[in-house]
Design a protein around this ligand. Structure first.
Ligand SMILES: NC(=O)c1ccc[n+]([C@@H]2O[C@H](COP(=O)([O-])OP(=O)(O)OC[C@H]3O[C@@H](n4cnc5c(N)ncnc54)[C@H](OP(=O)(O)O)[C@@H]3O)[C@@H](O)[C@H]2O)c1
Length: 317
């Protein structure tokens, strides 16, 4: 095995449940001595970091070894002691990290270790960053990560005359699973007035509880609505929500609000569910006229039932 394979193993530990340590980032770690994996660890919820989980299994026995981590070891006292000190105490001589820590308070672990004679290698791995994209945006920008999710016809429309749904059952179930992974779900008042959506995660596991459900606009909300009205400027509302611990928002439209978020640079990712149907007429499209060209990155395409899901980043994490 070589570096890429050991890092892949560390990534796989996180991929199994990226929100395992929520609201903290989930980090995977693999300890290697003489080319053999001797321990693996992943961050515990409310507990030890991945490095420490792995090193606790082989304490005192890995001097001269290498640790592979999905994010550089922290170098500060947070809820746990600095992982950098543990790496030094165990006598590890090499650290390979798939991403840097964006948290200004904890960053610099690799530099700290290098200054103390450890060989450090920083591998910039998109997947390592994407696996904790919400947390990274939340700590680096002090606002929630925003994903614009929208269902469209093949000709780009967000409505279909005479139909409640554009996409199929598999896509709609996936949307409920997505809602369960986000801290909040949001729509504009135009969508509230047109559809009165509930926005909860239904018939899926919700290990982190139901998302907060937000409506952006002046209101008023319909009687009995369980949505929270967000009336301020978008950036102010996002800063407030972040101060209340909201790390991620699934923005479910409509196009007017999504356009305003895009123009303000506040959409990080787009999730476009495209159904094989043509509207053929007029009506709103998924992306309204924007102030400027936006080139997206890290495109991924998958088939969901009869639909296509296109994912891409406006702001890669
Ligand atoms: N296919 C899909 O995935 C999908 C998803 C959602 C909606 N839709 C469809 O889209 C249609 C509604 O879309 P829409 O574009 O009319 O409504 P919308 O984007 O949901 O809501 C527009 C409203 O957002 C509020 N808002 C808050 N901050 C804003 C800002 N900075 N800039 C602009 N607006 C802001 C305003 O509410 P106030 O007027 O109260 O100030 C505005 O009228 C419906 O037909 C719905 O069925 C489709």
């Amino acid at each position: 095995m070589h570096d890429a394979a050991f890092l892949e193993r560390a990534l796989a530990l996180v991929r199994a449940d990226p929100l395992r340590a929520y609201p903290k980032p989930t980090v995977g770690a693999v300890v290697v001595v003489n080319g053999e994996v001797v321990a693996e660890g992943v961050t515990e919820k409310g507990g030890r970091h991945g490095e420490v989980v792995a090193l606790d299994q082989v304490a005192g026995k890995v001097a001269g070894g290498t640790i592979y981590v999905t994010m550089e070891p922290c170098s500060h006292w947070g809820t746990t002691p600095p992982c950098t000190e543990r790496v030094l105490a165990e006598g590890l001589t090499r650290v390979v990290a798939a991403s840097l820590d964006p948290n200004p308070e904890a960053a610099g672990g690799l530099d700290y270790l290098r200054e103390r004679g450890v060989t450090v290698e920083s591998v910039d791995c998109f997947e390592a960053r994407a696996l904790s994209e919400a947390w990274r945006t939340f700590v680096a920008k002090r606002r929630p990560f925003v994903a614009y999710k929208v269902a469209t016809t093949l000709d780009g429309h967000v409505t279909l005359p005479g139909e409640r749904w554009i996409t199929g059952e598999a896509s709609r179930r996936l949307v409920h699973e997505l809602r369960a992974c986000y801290d909040a779900v949001a729509v504009g008042m135009g969508t509230v007035r047109a559809d009165a959506p509930r926005l909860d995660a239904r018939d899926v596991p919700t290990p982190h509880g139901q998302p907060r459900r937000l409506a952006f606009g002046r209101g008023p909300l319909p009687e009995g609505s369980e949505l929270e009205l967000c009336t301020g400027p978008l950036a102010d509302e996002l800063a407030r929500l972040a101060s209340e611990g909201v790390q991620s928002i699934l923005l479910e439209g409509g196009p007017t609000l999504a356009g305003a978020f895009l123009d303000a640079g506040l959409v990080d990712k787009v999730l476009l569910f495209v159904a094989p149907v043509l509207n053929g007429g007029d009506g709103p499209t998924a992306f309204p006229r924007l102030g400027s060209v936006a080139r997206l990155s890290n495109l991924a395409v998958s088939r969901i039932g009869d639909d296509a899901l296109i994912e891409a980043y406006v702001n890669a994490p």
